[in-house]
Design a protein around this ligand. Structure first.
Ligand SMILES: [Zn+2]
Length: 366
């Protein structure tokens, strides 16, 4: 059966191009997402790759452009389905969000709960959420594994966010599937070869609706291994990050049996392994309004007690230094150096004591 996504229908040995209708505009016209399908001559896995769900994150678009070439198609088996621009409205207006959906577009994949709202004041799901629901179904029906490409903040590491896989308490089959997909995700992340860290602990993860992010929904609800790759700075990509992203995805294809040859080394970017599993935490919250001087760079290993940032007043006088409460490494620094009290100035990867799979919170399905 021919794999068809939007108007693109796969052809063995070829790269085909098409469009996926997302949202109809009120004054005519539609927002469509570009679709690229590359298929080898031989059957094999279907590797989905998407990018640009956040409109300021552009490196992933170039990674897809550079990955899919006629030379690759000659060597590969199986199929790549790529959508380089999941959020065209956000991308063309250089906004994280789409102007026709108020909220983070990467929190719109299904959450596994039945919609029970009968409240007339509760708006039905937006056009964009409906569109992403259709894409989720296409991924569910065709993907063997999946990568969604993002960017973090200026100069941040290029790294993988590994979702935690949640399952329903008492559902042994679901627990088993969670363990299996989790092991595959670890192997896939290792093949990609960039730095790896888990996302927040379960409670904050659900509070932030991260279980409705693209890769979380696909891995958790369908059992397809899926990873979010953060490709360093938003806006203009660094060429070495794009190249390392392309190399990483080719290595994932080798892991998945789509491409032969040795795993290629990841070069040109920092890859950090502190020797223990980590998850992200926003730290170094300033105690007063200040200008921040960072004392550690993304990729630096830190130990408890190490100085992270110096707070200064606008005139340059020191207001004190904030020290790390954790062992780990610096993932990124938020944009800018001007902070109000309580704001976090460093994103750290810290030791992760929680298992990578876990039960949904007690009240989740109520
Ligand atoms: Zn993003």
């Amino acid at each position: 059966m021919t794999l068809t996504i939007g108007t693109a229908a796969a052809k063995p040995g070829e790269i085909v191009y098409g469009e996926y209708v997302l949202v109809q505009h009120p004054v005519g016209g539609t927002d469509v997402a570009p679709v690229v399908i590359a298929q080898g001559q031989e059957d094999g896995p279907v590797f989905w790759i998407t990018a640009g769900i956040h409109g300021i994150e552009h490196a992933g678009i170039q990674v897809i452009h550079k990955l899919i070439t006629p030379e690759l198609v000659k060597q590969m088996r199986g199929t790549i389905v790529a959508i380089p621009a999941l959020n065209p409205a956000g991308l063309r207006t250089l906004n994280r969000q789409a102007y026709y959906h108020d909220g983070d577009p990467n929190r719109l994949f299904p959450d596994g709960r039945l919609s029970t709202s009968t409240d007339p004041d509760h708006a039905p799901i937006s056009a964009l959420e409906q569109a992403y629901g259709r894409i989720f179904e296409d991924i569910k029906n065709s993907a063997s594994f999946y990568f969604d490409l993002h960017c973090m903040s200026n100069g941040s590491l290029s790294f993988i966010f590994r979702d935690r896989i949640l399952y329903r308490k008492g559902d042994e089959a679901a627990r088993k599937r969670a363990a299996e997909v989790s092991a595959k995700m670890d192997a896939m992340a290792q093949a990609y070869g960039h730095t790896v860290t888990a996302d927040f602990a379960v409670e904050k993860y659900i509070n932030e609706k991260l279980h409705r992010a693209t890769t979380a929904a696909v891995s958790m609800l369908v059992g397809i291994p899926a990873l979010t790759a953060e490709l360093s700075s938003p806006y203009t990509p660094a060429p070495e990050v794009v190249n390392a992203g392309v190399t990483g995805l080719r290595n994932v294809m080798r892991w998945g049996g789509m491409l032969g040859g040795e795993m290629e080394p990841i070069t040109g970017i920092k890859v950090v392994d502190p020797g223990f599993a980590t998850h992200r935490r926003s730290v170094a919250r300033v105690t007063q309004s200040c200008i921040v001087h960072h004392l550690k760079e993304p990729g630096d290993l830190v130990k408890v007690g190490d100085p992270l940032v110096e707070m200064r007043d606008a005139w340059g006088r020191s207001l004190g230094v904030l020290h790390s409460e954790y062992d780990g490494f610096v993932i990124s620094r938020p944009s800018g150096i001007l902070y109000y009290p309580g704001e976090s100035t460093v994103l750290l990867a810290i030791r992760d004591e929680e298992p990578r799979i876990g039960e949904y919170p007690e009240t989740y399905f109520d």
